[in-house]
Design a binder for this molecule. Structure first.
Ligand SMILES: *Cc1c(COP(=O)(O)O)cnc(C)c1O
Ligand code: SF4
Length: 336
């Protein structure tokens, strides 16, 4: 299967990213079997604890076989702990997200407007607010582009448009093109930022069509990736990052601090080093949103601060992410 001969390539072209998307694993028993962890099956919560398992096969290939504590597996495998009710963790930690959906465009921070361009993700991360917020598949109906563009047109203070979600790169490139054609008429918008986990979890998404679109954009371009652990990188992710950089994008990463996954000095340092090797700078390290079902991932603030101090002592300043929390009503992310 991994032959590199040109004829083999010709007869079996690389699968389209949409096909890989559809072929993602959604059955926990299949996932455990692939990893040689069948013995864990009886410990799984029923009905995926109300938030479907979903993980692309390429991401599973980066998990360690036979390791129930694998840091990539723990990000996607439903756990019994998700069923515990923990005080302070609620489904309406996402209260303002309901507002986001209807509005589509969120303008909370000076100069930047954030568009929920898509509700879909290739992967379901267990710690994510999305577990309580089943977005519609398509948030970006043509009408909504028009509405968002009208808002941008009317407010010259907005110089940066952020595409977020869900994952905005769940949209077809032709759909993204529609949006950016509209941006061309707004000279005050000089920067496009894309928040996406796809280059990491499904790097095939960064295909030639996409890179052609990105390169041709007459805008400053920033892509903010989301990786939480160095093991999420492999040659395919490196290639996606290289493509994005060659298309003129500045690459940043946001991670979430997650107990049992990356809450060790060495893991965080390794992540920063690995990001830089791929041409990505660490941007934010987020304290967890307190969503119901994710309490077992929380790291307390004192420990979080100590971890970042430890990073600062051992890394160049540009490899130390800013430790922040999102607080509803604030005019920026809140530094800890
Ligand atoms: C996080 C966020 C941004 C971007 O914030 P930066 O600090 O510039 O990365 C913009 N708008 C909203 C609504 C956000 O939640
Ligand atoms: S990719 Fe991002 S938005 Fe999607 S489930 Fe994971 S953390 Fe949530």
């Amino acid at each position: 299967m991994i032959t590199a001969s040109p004829s083999a390539r010709l007869s079996s072209p690389a699968p389209d990213w949409r096909q890989l998307w559809r072929e993602a694993i959604t059955d926990p028993a299949e996932l455990l079997e692939l990893l040689g962890l069948d013995a864990l099956a009886p410990q799984l919560p029923r009905d995926d604890a109300g938030f479907a398992l979903r993980v692309p096969r390429g991401f599973v290939a980066r998990m360690r076989h036979g390791d129930p504590r694998d840091p990539l597996l723990l990000q996607v495998l439903p756990q019994l702990a998700e069923l515990e009710d923990v005080e302070g963790f609620s489904t309406d930690a996402v209260g303002d997200l309901a507002a986001r959906e209807s509005q589509g465009l969120l303008h909370k921070y000076e100069g930047r407007a954030l568009l929920i361009a898509s509700g879909s993700c290739a992967v379901n991360c267990r710690y994510c607010f999305r577990r309580h917020f089943p977005y519609g598949e398509e948030m970006a109906a043509a009408g909504q582009w028009r509405q968002a563009l009208a808002h941008l047109r009317a407010d010259p203070s907005i110089t940066e448009l952020i595409l977020s979600g869900g994952d905005p790169l769940a949209l077809a490139t032709s759909k993204l093109e529609e949006l950016t054609r509209g941006l061309a008429e707004l000279p005050h918008v000089i920067r496009l930022r894309i928040h996406t986990r796809l280059p990491v979890v499904l790097p095939d998404r960064i295909d030639e069509t996409f890179l052609g679109w990105l390169s041709a954009l007459p805008l400053q371009k920033v892509v903010v990736l989301h990786a939480n652990h160095a093991n999420e990188f492999d040659a395919a992710v490196d290639a996606a990052c290289a493509g994005l950089r060659a298309a003129g994008a500045t690459l940043l990463n946001q991670a979430v601090l997650l107990r049992g996954i990356n809450d060790r000095e060495d893991a965080l340092i390794e992540l920063s080093e690995r990001l830089f090797a791929a041409g990505v700078l660490p941007y934010y390290l987020h304290q967890l949103d307190r969503v119901q079902g994710a309490a077992h991932f929380e790291v307390d603030d004192d420990r979080a601060l100590a971890l970042v101090e430890a990073m600062r002592a051992r890394l160049p300043g540009y490899l130390v992410p800013r430790l922040v929390r999102e607080v509803a009503g604030d005019t920026s992310k809140r530094p800890l």
